[in-house]
Ligand binder design. Sequence first.
Ligand code: NAD
Length: 234
Amino acid sequence: MAAHRNILILTGAGISAESGIDTFRGGGGLWEQHRVEDVATPEAFARDPDLVLRFYDMRRAAIQTREPNPAHAALARLEQLWPGEVTVVTQNVDDLHERAGSHNVMHMHGEHLSAWCTACGERMGWTGPLLDRPPCPSCDEPSLRPDIVWFGEIPYRMEEIHAALDRADLFVSIGTSGAVYPAAGFVRLAREIGAETLEINLEPSQGTHWFDEARHGPAGRQVPAWVEELLAGL
Ligand code: NAD
């Protein structure tokens, strides 16, 4: 393992589950009591903006009461101590990686604590509600939406993510179901360039057969154990 210089880590909702943030598919196909199509698509926002804004206002408020868990902390420790590059590409829209101390984090699906003005295009840090249609601090229009990549929209930072994948010697997927593309395809890209691949998930994901190695169990236990193994081999 010490031979691995550049590590790319893809994280999903499962890494934040032990911090008390619901995963997507945990609740019998519903996400926080809603069908995904009703709250996480541009069509839903056009049809019923109040429902979508209220939903994201609740999620934005909730994540601010949650704390990083030992899995987030272990990845921050790895970034600090590993001699090569450690990049976290996350599908999560919470800020628990950053609050645990990770710096090299790319949010491919946006962030709860960011708003995006559909009038002037500006993005800005945002912690409060959007339902009451606050004016954009840049252009004064009441046109802010959650800075979240909804289903049917293009994920952020794909060029940088592909470049980081190209440099990776080890690809690790943590707490993701392997059901949402393009992230679900990263393991195959990593294999193509000869990187080793590891899955850490509560249970085998849909794409588990693509990985060289799989470790199953809660991220809060599996991730710190894996990080300590890597660091012990330095
Ligand atoms: P998902 O809900 O589809 O899958 C979560 C995976 O995590 C499952 O395979 C499950 O077995 C596993 N898991 C659950 N608890 C775990 C634990 N304690 N330890 C390890 N693994 C555990 O999530 P996904 O694959 O990330 O789906 C992608 C979509 O979900 C993204 O678009 C993302 O934006 C969105 N999402 C994000 C958050 C968040 O930001 N925290 C929360 C819910 C959904």
